[in-house]
Structures are given as structure tokens and as C-alpha cells.
Design a protein around this ligand. Structure first.
Ligand code: FMN
Length: 242
């Protein structure tokens, strides 16, 4: 069975968009799947050892300053040396997500990975650059909020009126799910396509997609979101500075 290593390169301990995309992609790829989290130098040795024993690696990274997060850069340096010394020739894929809405923001990062693969004699197998990563991350939380409200509605309707199948509540919930799936559809489409390529060991192409919200709406929503987050973190100005 083909061994596939999925590496989450977000420094966040939990609730990262990269971690979520990793979980999604593990539903679509077939093989002996291993998951790793790359956050500090302490993770390097453990992950490098696993490289010896795998054929395919998929990196899941956040875009930082139009490029590779610095802690991942240190790992890439170590990986380059390790692959050369141990004659390891891996197939490498990348799924990166950016805060800005345009998937193309990830273009330079894709190029860096292509060059990196060349430097460590690995095979660059393509990637997906995703825009609106923060919003995608928030949408999955919204899904659970909607599901919670839906369940609460069913319980209240059941207990108060004996109606355990309230049609209106079901309709609202299905509509909410449909909207979330629609907003995710570009990402899901390319991830499923990439999984097909991973399963066959082929080049997947380099594709860019985004959360499917029009840009003018994204800007308004993002501004409101970050003002609220800033207030929660100590007031508009102190929050922003943090
Ligand atoms: C230090 C830092 C630099 C960032 N630079 C960019 C950037 O250049 N372009 C962009 O679109 N988003 C940028 N972002 C936003 C992240 O790419 C975005 O929040 C992403 O969804 C984080 O992914 P994660 O949850 O997997 O860590 C940056 C975030 C941080 C913390």
C-alpha cells in the first residue's frame, strides 16, 4: 500500500486552516496515511525519519509574507540535506492557503516549492493555492453553530409541540449547508482532483482557487470580522497592534 505523509505546517496548535484542509484531503487520498505537525525545530528529526519510509508527501501550509513561513523554511533546508544524503526521491504536493481572497497570492510559494523539489531531487507534483483561508476556517465553525441551533430547534419543537420533524427548521438548515458547500466547492473540486493524481502518483497541475465569495463582499466581511476580533483582544488599537 502506498505510503503518504501529510504535513501540517501551520504553527497554530489548533483550529488552523491547514489542519482542516489536511483532514479534508485525508478523506480523499487512498493509502497508508500518516499525519504530522511541523511547528518547531523539535519536530524535524521525527518527520525526517518518516520521509525515509514514505513515497509521497503533501504539505499543508499557510502563506506568510507571500512565501514560506520561516519555521518551514528551516525544515526545508534540513529536508534538502536529508533527501540528498539518503538518496530519497519523494513525490511532493502542496496545498497552501492565504488570508487574502485571491488564490494567486500563493503563486510565489508554489514556485519556491517547485525549485525546492528540484534542489532536493524530489519530484514536484503540483499544488493548490487557496485564497480566503481565514474565511474557510470560520465557515467550518459556522457549520457546527448552525448544526447546534438546528438540534436545539428540534428539541424545543419536539418537547413543546410534539413535532420532532419541523419542516421549516430542516429547510433552513439544509439551505445553510448548501451555502457552505457552495462556498467550499472550488476548494473541494481541486482537492478531489489532486487526490486522484496522488492516488495514481501523477502530476496534479498547479491550481488556484478561493472561498467563492465576491471580492467586494469579502472585504466588507473581513473588515467587520477583524474589528470584532480586535475588540475581543483588547480594543481596536491595542488589538490591532497585538
Ligand atoms: C506572519 C503572517 C504573515 C502572513 N502573510 C500573508 C500574506 O502575505 N498574504 C496573505 O494572503 N495572507 C497572509 N497571512 C494570513 C495567513 O496566510 C492566513 O491567516 C492563513 O489562513 C493561516 O493559515 P493557518 O490557519 O493554516 O495557519 C499571514 C499571516 C501571518 C500570521
Amino acid at each position: 500500500m502506498m505510503k503518504i505523509l501529510l504535513i501540517n505546517g501551520s504553527p497554530k496548535k489548533k483550529m488552523s486552516a491547514s489542519g482542516f484542509l489536511l483532514t479534508l484531503q485525508s478523506l480523499f487520498v487512498r493509502g497508508d496515511i500518516q499525519r504530522e505537525s511541523l511547528r518547531t525545530k523539535g519536530d524535524h528529526g521525527r518527520i525526517l525519519k518518516k520521509l525515509k519510509d514514505t513515497g509521497t508527501v503533501i504539505f499543508f501550509l499557510p502563506l506568510y509574507v507571500d512565501g514560506v513561513p520561516s519555521h518551514v523554511l528551516y525544515f526545508m533546508k534540513d529536508m534538502e540535506g536529508y533527501c540528498r544524503v539518503n538518496q530519497i526521491h519523494l513525490k511532493v504536493y502542496l496545498i497552501s492557503n492565504a488570508g487574502f481572497i485571491e488564490g494567486k497570492q500563493n503563486e510565489a510559494l508554489m514556485q519556491v516549492f517547485k525549485n525546492f523539489c528540484h534542489a532536493c531531487a524530489c519530484e514536484w507534483c503540483g499544488g493548490i493555492g487557496i485564497g480566503g483561508g481565514v474565511m474557510l476556517n470560520v465557515l467550518r465553525i459556522l457549520f457546527f453553530v448552525f448544526a447546534g441551533i438546528f438540534l436545539l430547534g428540534i428539541i424545543i419543537s419536539g418537547v413543546q409541540r410534539g413535532d420532532w420533524l419541523p419542516v421549516e427548521a430542516i429547510e433552513i438548515f439544509l439551505r445553510q449547508i448548501a451555502i457552505i458547500v457552495f462556498l467550499y466547492s472550488g476548494v473541494l473540486f481541486y482537492m478531489i482532483r489532486m487526490a486522484g493524481a496522488v492516488n495514481k502518483g501523477e502530476f496534479s497541475g498547479v491550481k488556484y482557487t478561493r472561498v467563492l465569495v465576491p471580492s467586494f463582499l469579502f472585504i466588507i466581511i473581513a473588515n467587520i470580522f477583524f474589528i470584532i476580533i480586535s475588540l475581543g483582544k483588547g480594543g481596536i488599537f491595542r488589538g490591532w497592534l497585538r
